[in-house]
Design a protein. Structure first.
Length: 182
């Protein structure tokens, strides 16, 4: 009888480890790193990419939006979003020195607050210590014509004949946010 119990417990423990390994290697919101290299500037952003899955993404809390307006969002899923740069970046007259930082947002209907924080080692569920916020900028949000199923961050390079700044672009569902920098 004791052997049966021991074998059952060992089997359950083995199943747990197999399940844990599966969940870790196949996350629902996969981790991704996007990089941008221009004029000796190397920038990378690491974030988790959740899927829409038929849900209301951005909206009012009363509508059960996944990401309610005017509330802290870690800008992805799972862990917080991290930006790493080897050179200083200028965001609307705010200097982000070379280094690694967390980036979080407060989405709104017509504009978003983008905050850069010196903390880079927290899980992301709760808002980081606001005393470690370096600066916050406000950028407009745009409506897209087609829905983006998976949250996506990418870079928009400066056009050859256009303004002398590049941008970080956030897109999900029908919303796009462009964050210019130089």
């Amino acid at each position: 009888m004791k052997k049966k119990i021991i074998y059952t417990l060992l089997s359950l423990l083995a199943l747990f480890f197999v399940y844990a390994a599966y969940v870790i290697s196949n996350p629902v919101s996969p981790l991704e790193t996007v990089t941008y290299n221009i004029n000796d500037k190397e920038i990378s952003i690491t974030y988790s990419r959740p899927f829409k899955k038929g849900r209301l993404i951005f909206g009012n809390e009363s509508e059960s939006a996944l990401v309610p307006f005017d509330k802290y969002w870690r800008t992805g899923a799972n862990r917080h979003t991290v930006i790493n740069t080897n050179s200083d970046l200028n965001f609307k007259d705010n200097m982000l020195s070379a280094g690694e930082y967390s980036l979080y947002t407060t989405p709104g209907l017509d504009s978003w607050d983008i905050t850069f924080n010196s903390t880079n080692a927290f899980f992301g569920i709760s808002k980081p210590d606001s005393e470690k916020d370096l600066f916050t900028i406000t950028v407009p949000s745009n409506q897209l014509n087609e829905s983006i199923e998976q949250f996506t961050i990418d870079f928009i390079p400066s056009p050859p004949d256009g303004p002398s700044f590049s941008s970080i672009r956030l897109r999900w569902d029908l919303t796009e946010v462009v964050i210019p920098f130089n």
